[in-house]
Design a protein around this ligand. Structure first.
Ligand SMILES: [Fe+2]
Length: 141
């Protein structure tokens, strides 16, 4: 059984984006697996590295996609949103560096991805979904 599952509270109401966000759920489950399933230390390190590399590729392409989409709809908070994305990418790169230096970052990476899913996706991404559907009642900056 997976550690966490996608549910509708995570949906931003844009299907293609939801599908991309589901990858984060997969990464969390993979990392969780490396922490709990029996395996050798080197297998574990290898699998964690695979997740880190996939997460880097994924976040960079997913964020580009999201930012392009938000630019097209003139999302007024795009700049702040992009800044949050950049910090996250930097953070994942830091994990990679630490992992390469022999540090065990699996638990921390899992917590970070979890936090991202429950905070960024469930609130900040939902804000743009409201904007896109015209139900954002906040005034423009
Ligand atoms: Fe986002």
């Amino acid at each position: 059984m997976p550690y966490i599952e996608w549910d509708n509270s995570l949906s931003v109401g844009v299907e293609v984006i939801d599908e991309q966000h589901m990858r984060i759920v997969d990464y969390i489950n993979e990392i969780h697996d490396t922490l709990h399933a029996p395996m050798t230390v080197s297998d574990r390190e290898e699998r964690v590295m695979q997740v880190v590399n996939s997460a880097i590729d994924y976040t960079e392409s997913h964020f580009d996609f999201e930012e392009d989409m938000l630019e097209k709809v003139n999302y007024p908070y795009l700049k702040a949103h992009t800044r949050v994305h950049q910090l996250f990418v930097r953070r994942i790169h830091d994990y990679k560096t630490r992992l390469e230096n022999g540090e065990d970052i699996a638990r921390e990476l899992m917590d970070t991805l979890m936090h991202w899913l429950l905070n960024h996706i469930r609130s900040e991404d939902k804000n743009y979904a409201k904007w896109m559907s015209g139900t954002d009642e906040r005034s423009l900056p």
